[in-house]
Design a protein around this ligand. Structure first.
Ligand SMILES: Cc1cc2nc3c(=O)[nH]c(=O)nc-3n(C[C@H](O)[C@H](O)[C@H](O)COP(=O)(O)OP(=O)(O)OC[C@H]3O[C@@H](n4cnc5c(N)ncnc54)[C@H](O)[C@@H]3O)c2cc1C
Length: 457
């Protein structure tokens, strides 16, 4: 029987995970991975900053969901993974840094004694000390995170805690985010007969407060990419931008800047707006569906400050900055406090984020303007007066998919449409389960399983 051939388009974590699991599923499939850049990894990039490896995009992954950890285990990396040493974080609210109450579930405090004085009004605290029953009837099905939180614990909790925390994940607005996708545990709790707060208190009662929340690799997230590419070496086609995907005579045709390949199946692992371009000629209506997904742009600036000028609190991993502050920065991470391997001998390394779906100021700023504005924000929030010793700017335009209410159904519907009108074309990537690395690995693994079923079908 002739060897089946599958093209994977895009060698970010989603594409590489799908290729890895496809290879594991079926040794007799030839896999061709097309990547437009000369390196793999997409938004997982580690490069040297002040002599140590510091991530330019994602710097860790969530530990409480299995997919990324399981992949690391398969790659033989699990014993090398590390977790943050500092677990506390703050919010810049009312012109001061205030501790994020703990325990909390996605920002909803479960114990009012942990809420710093003045952070919430007495009315909000009174509500938080209750059961958390919604003050209106919540319809079935998906709702926005904002609708759920406003109804169960009030607008202050949403605006001052949940929105900054959840908005930090994909630079979106909690009032527009799908609760089913971004916070399924809150949606379930909101409908629970004990009330949202009671239910959350009971499910978190036995949680180990010392269990790791995040993992990373001390050599940076690129180490995971290197382990994947090592196992997929003969499949990699870097510097090979795909320009069009078509179908004729029972074969998929992949046109690249270097020629074309005919394959039996395609795992489409590029961001949705790129997938849309690739399908435009042959599948205009599918292309339109992919193009409907919105993306936020972010810029991440790494600052190195001499420790004689600024010393971060070793117990704090960093702080979030709500949009109401008007500052350009959205978050600041104290890398050396958070990760032991990023404790530089002379410098405090700060990773400062900017950009939200409704704040694109950073996009039109020159590098100098960006640095000036952010140094002014660091003066305001941390009282750093000196200039940094080292800086690095990593721009990530259109990098974080947004998930409006109903997104889960949209994805299921799109998968169905592909099955009928483009059998053998399977998508993976951030817009399925969320932007986090574990969600990307999950989409890659499931995409590989769907491809295996298709090839065997
Ligand atoms: C600043 C930042 C910080 C983040 N922090 C975290 C974090 O701490 N934890 C976490 O879990 N997640 C984090 N994320 C999210 C996470 O990094 C991404 O969602 C994830 O890496 C996306 O992976 P992907 O493979 O789906 O897409 P991508 O990484 O975008 O990969 C797509 C690949 O396709 C390639 N490509 C594009 N066009 C073509 C073409 N025409 N032909 C061939 N190849 C093409 C690209 O070059 C790229 O390599 C962060 C994201 C950003 C931007």
């Amino acid at each position: 029987m002739a060897l089946k051939r599958v093209a994977v388009i895009g060698a970010g974590i989603s594409g590489l995970a799908s290729a890895y699991y496809l290879k594991k599923n079926s040794q007799d499939t030839e896999i061709l991975i097309f990547e437009s850049e000369n390196i793999c990894g997409g938004k997982l990039v580690t490069s040297s900053f002040a002599g140590i490896p510091v991530d330019e995009g994602a710097d860790s992954f969530l530990a409480r969901v299995p997919w990324a950890f399981d992949l690391c285990k398969e790659l033989g990396l699990e014993l090398e993974l590390v977790s943050p040493s500092a677990r506390n974080a703050s919010l810049w609210l009312d012109k001061k840094l205030q501790s994020i109450p703990s325990p909390n579930v996605l920002g909803v405090p479960l114990n009012i004694d942990s809420v710093p004085a003045g952070l919430l009004s007495s009315e909000a605290l009174l509500r938080l000390s209750g059961e958390g029953f919604p003050d209106r009837v919540l319809p079935d099905g998906d709702l926005s995170v904002g609708q759920v939180i406003r109804a169960c614990v009030g607008s202050e909790v949403l605006e001052r805690l949940v929105d900054p925390l959840l908005g930090g994940v994909n630079a979106g607005r909690a009032d527009e985010m799908s609760c089913a996708l971004m916070a399924p545990q809150l949606l379930e709790a909101a409908h629970h007969s004990d009330g949202m707060l009671n239910h959350l208190r009971s499910v978190t009662k036995n949680a180990d407060p010392n269990a790791p929340v995040f993992h990373t690799h001390p050599e940076g997230m690129s180490r995971i990419i290197d382990a994947l590419t090592d196992s997929l070496k003969s499949s990699l086609r870097t510097n090979n931008r795909v320009q069009n995907i078509g179908f004729s005579e029972q074969k998929w045709r992949i046109d690249t800047e270097n020629g074309f390949e005919l394959v039996d199946g395609v795992l489409l692992s590029t961001p949705a707006y790129i997938s849309s371009n690739l399908l435009q000629n042959s599948f205009p209506s599918l292309s339109k569906e992919f193009s409907s997904i919105e993306f936020a742009s972010v810029t991440l600036i790494t600052f190195g400050y001499s420790r004689t000028d600024f010393e971060a609190d070793a117990s704090q991993s960093g702080y979030l900055v709500p949009r109401e502050s008007g500052l350009l920065m959205t978050a600041c991470s104290f890398s050396g406090s958070k990760w032991p391997h990023l404790k530089h001998p002379d410098l405090e390394i700060l990773r400062v984020s900017t950009g939200r779906i409704d704040d694109i100021r950073h996009l039109s700023m020159t590098n100098d303007e960006l640095l000036n504005e952010l140094q002014s924000d660091l003066l305001t929030t941390l009282e750093i007066e000196s200039a940094p010793v080292d800086v690095r700017i990593s721009r990530w335009p259109n990098s974080l998919a947004q998930f409006p209410v109903g997104h889960v159904d949209f994805v299921a519907d799109l998968r169905d449409k592909l099955k009928h009108s483009a059998p053998g074309l399977i998508f993976t990537g951030t817009f399925q389960y969320g932007v986090g690395v574990p969600a990307c690995v999950r989409s890659g693994k499931e995409g590989a399983d769907q491809m295996t079923a298709f090839l065997n079908g």
